[in-house]
Design a protein around this ligand. Structure first.
Ligand SMILES: NC(=O)c1ccc[n+]([C@@H]2O[C@H](COP(=O)([O-])OP(=O)(O)OC[C@H]3O[C@@H](n4cnc5c(N)ncnc54)[C@H](O)[C@@H]3O)[C@@H](O)[C@H]2O)c1
Length: 286
């Protein structure tokens, strides 16, 4: 489907996209570009890419498709830097976890005859870098594409087909709906996990050995707090408005819970937990 693919940011997501497309024979030649020379050398050694490029200009010059998988704050900077060097007809897409600000910033930067398609694979792990990438990451997972009125239909079809080839179920959303949904189901949970680790660590300063008991729930719940700090700094800042709204909703629920615990209201607590369990069970079986 694609002769030459350039992946900018050949980490967990970029590396997995490259591996998945190669596994199904949807790409002939893969060029990798990354600001981390150790990671780039590893991508070459692992044969995730066929060739590394020393500069963005060199990397994208021959590319039919460019996939950008760097932290969200850097995506539009990368698009601005590659725009003069794209070949006519080139399609640029991204895998960033925030869409409205990214798509609004990138679309106007695209030269005539080239196209941008915003995307976000709903798959990942708490690990980073090309060594953590694997071809099956996107199998049976959703990939959200966020076309706008400016999106070229041929470019959208190509990007949809490639995510389909990588094993994903493609769905379409507008950028703002995307950002509201993922503020709720992904970005807020990460903020809660990051802050819970801090709260427990502060208690550990008073209560020696507290972390020695951190089995089960605490470990499960805070797994996502091991995710990359730069990636999450960018997501928190670039999806700030939707995330602040979710912080407020969460604070209301958490404050109510705290009050009922303080009041010793067993009936209220049981009802609250019963509702949570019913909702959570219905997600788990879906
Ligand atoms: N990790 C996840 O669970 C997940 C899931 C869906 C989407 N995403 C999105 O995918 C993107 C990449 O995340 P990841 O988990 O693969 O991160 P990663 O850290 O594994 O990979 C990112 C790579 O980009 C490189 N890089 C950073 N800035 C660069 C620049 N300006 N130019 C070239 N290379 C640069 C880094 O050196 C790194 O190798 C982010 O936008 C993130 O929001 C991540």
């Amino acid at each position: 489907m694609v002769k030459t693919l350039a992946v900018i940011g050949i980490g967990l997501i970029g590396g997995s996209f490259a591996r998945a497309l190669r596994a199904v024979g949807s790409v002939e030649h893969i060029i990798g570009i990354d600001t981390d020379p150790v990671n780039l050398a590893q991508a070459l050694a692992l044969k995730v890419i066929d060739q590394s490029a020393a500069s963005l200009a060199e990397g994208v010059a021959q590319a039919d498709l460019v996939f950008i998988a760097v932290p969200v704050h850097s995506i539009s900077t990368v698009v601005a830097a590659i725009a003069p060097f794209l070949k006519p007809g080139a399609v640029v897409t991204d895998g960033g976890s925030v869409k409205d600000e990214v798509v609004k910033a990138c679309e106007p930067l695209m030269p005539a005859g080239t196209s941008f398609v915003g995307g976000h694979p709903i798959a990942g792990t708490e690990h980073s870098g090309v060594a953590a990438s694997f071809a099956e990451l996107f199998t049976d997972r959703r990939c959200i594409l966020t076309p706008t009125s400016a999106t070229d239909s041929g470019a959208l079809k190509l990007v949809s087909d490639l995510w389909g080839a990588a094993g994903s179920r493609v769905e379409y959303m507008d950028t703002l709906s995307h950002d509201r949904v993922f503020a709720a189901v992904s970005h807020l949970p990460h903020m809660v996990a990051f802050s819970l680790v801090h709260a427990v660590n502060r208690s550990a300063e008073e209560e020696e050995n507290i972390l020695a008991f951190s089995a089960g729930g605490f470990r499960d719940f805070t797994r996502i707090a091991s995710s990359d700090p730069v990636m999450w700094r960018d997501i928190a800042l670039m999806n700030r408005s939707a995330l602040l709204d979710m912080f407020d909703r969460y604070t209301l629920e958490f404050t109510a819970l705290r009050e009922r615990v303080a009041a010793g209201d067993a009936e209220w607590l049981e009802e609250f937990f019963t509702t949570s369990k019913r909702l959570r069970d219905s997600i788990a079986t879906r």
